[in-house]
Design a protein around this ligand. Structure first.
Ligand code: NOJ
Length: 446
């Protein structure tokens, strides 16, 4: 058996996001987000679940930090809830919101856990959505104002700043109607993601002006690489290309790293009358140099043009997850190489998310046996290690997720946690994978 050993200072972590774990949705002055509203539209979330309480981390963060401490992680990736800090998205600051994050950060520090914090993980204040949300160019000023408040208050208390998590969710939310805010207008969606990328670039600029010595900044873009199921079949190849370039990571990585939208994407947008309005200097802003690239990796997907199905189940699969009959962990290896070869990445990579959803867990002697998750994680880490042996600079890995939580349109039905969450009692129970990951961290490998 081969032994997979990671470098000395490799960062092991776990990840969550505000809307998925905090709860306390209407407490202490927090304003509604687009997910609070979207989840109330009948049929949008599986089983009609709403994120009002979720894991109640707002009140139970000390318990969660204790779980992290026992697990041995060096870093916690969480997100700030914009509408907890600015209930109306802009204007009056909610002190209670800032106080919560101050308490959380202090607790992490006391326990020697580095903070990896995302500014925007999909939960736009609803007050901004009714003014057009990301489609309104004013979003750049709104976002900058929010970022300034975060930097002023938490600056170097946050070790790793993420501007935006998975911009694809914003695209889907405006183009396909199956995530918040629930609009179905691709032209508008393309404007939204352009504006979102400008927000990102402006925040990187603001960060640089502050000359922080120790903190780092980057963005998180998930890559679900699509392959032609029948290599060489023109229809499958075309479908995979479209999914990668027009509806997937290509939309973001080209402007972020190469400072342009590809010719193919521009042609596609022109043909459909959906080229976003861009201002002079936008592309330079978007491709400003970051300190790291955050990669969320879950799977590779195989496209077969003869088998396109759109099911209700698909809508409720959660995130941008699609029906996933096959797990293809090797895709991570290809993706990491692609980042270097195609996007000329010259900054370190953090795997900011990776995890496995099991809808059911088998309880044995009160322990929750999630062997499938462990097997999947082993495979992923094996491929990650191989890419690192090739010389690709990957500096950390955050497992999604510490606890079962609100999985967006899949509600509470999809469980990604290392700990089971009982959504009635809110009790957290470590699963087998928790103890397995504890050993991985302890041994810096497996
Ligand atoms: C993507 C997202 O960033 C996160 O919020 C989500 O829960 C996981 N991946 C799993 O789908």
């Amino acid at each position: 058996m081969t032994y997979v050993k990671f470098p000395e200072n490799f960062i092991w972590g776990v990840a969550t996001a505000a809307a998925q774990v905090e709860g306390a949705a209407f407490e202490d002055g927090r304003g509604p987000s687009i997910w609070d509203m979207f989840s109330r539209i009948p049929g949008k979330i599986k089983n009609g679940d709403i994120p009002d309480v979720t894991c109640d981390e707002y009140h139970r963060y000390e318990e969660d930090v204790r779980l992290m401490k026992e697990l041995g992680v060096k870093s916690y990736r969480f997100s700030f809830s914009w509408s907890r800090i600015l209930p109306d998205g802009t204007g009056k600051v909610n002190q209670a919101g800032l106080d919560y994050y101050r308490r959380l950060l202090a607790c992490l520090k006391e326990n020697g856990i580095m903070a990896n914090a995302t500014m925007y993980h999909w939960d736009l204040p609803y007050a901004l959505q009714i003014q057009g949300g990301f489609g309104n160019r004013k979003i750049v000023e709104w976002f900058k104002n929010y970022a300034r408040i975060l930097f002023d208050n938490f600056g170097e208390d946050v070790d790793i700043w993420v501007t935006v998590n998975e911009p694809i969710a914003t695209f889907i939310g405006y183009a396909d109607g199956i995530m918040a805010p629930g609009l179905a207008d691709e032209k508008y969606a393309r404007q939204c993601i352009h504006n979102l990328l400008v927000c990102h670039g402006e925040v990187v600029k603001m960060f640089r002006e502050r000359n922080y010595k120790h903190s780092k900044i980057g963005i998180v873009v998930d890559i679900w690489h699509h392959y032609a199921e029948r290599p060489g079949n023109p229809d499958d190849e075309k479908m995979a290309f479209t999914n990668n370039e027009f509806r997937g990571y290509g939309m973001f990585l080209n402007p972020l790293f190469l400072g342009c939208y590809t010719e193919e994407l521009m042609e596609y947008m022109k043909a459909h009358d959906m080229v976003p309005h861009m201002e002079a200097g936008d592309l330079e802003t978007i491709c400003r140099k970051m300190d790291f690239y955050g990669l969320n990796f879950y799977n590779g997907l195989f496209d077969n043009a003869d088998k396109v199905i759109q099911t209700e189940e698909g809508e409720h699969a959660g995130g941008n997850v699609q029906a996933r009959p096959v797990y293809y962990e090797e895709a991570l290896y290809h993706v990491l190489h692609m980042l270097i070869d195609k996007y000329h990445l010259d900054i370190p990579v953090y795997i900011t998310e990776n995890g496995y959803a099991c809808s059911e867990e088998t309880a044995e002697d009160g322990r929750i046996n999630d062997q499938y998750r462990i097997q999947y994680l082993k495979n992923v880490l094996g491929w990650l290690h191989k890419a690192m042996e090739d010389g690709i600079q990957v500096k950390g890995y955050w497992l999604w997720s510490l606890i079962d939580n609100f999985e967006w349109s899949a509600g509470f039905s999809l469980k990604y946690g290392l700990c089971h969450t009982d959504f009635e009692t809110l009790k957290r129970t470590p699963k087998e994978s928790y103890y397995w990951y504890q050993n991985v961290i302890r041994n810096n490998g497996f």
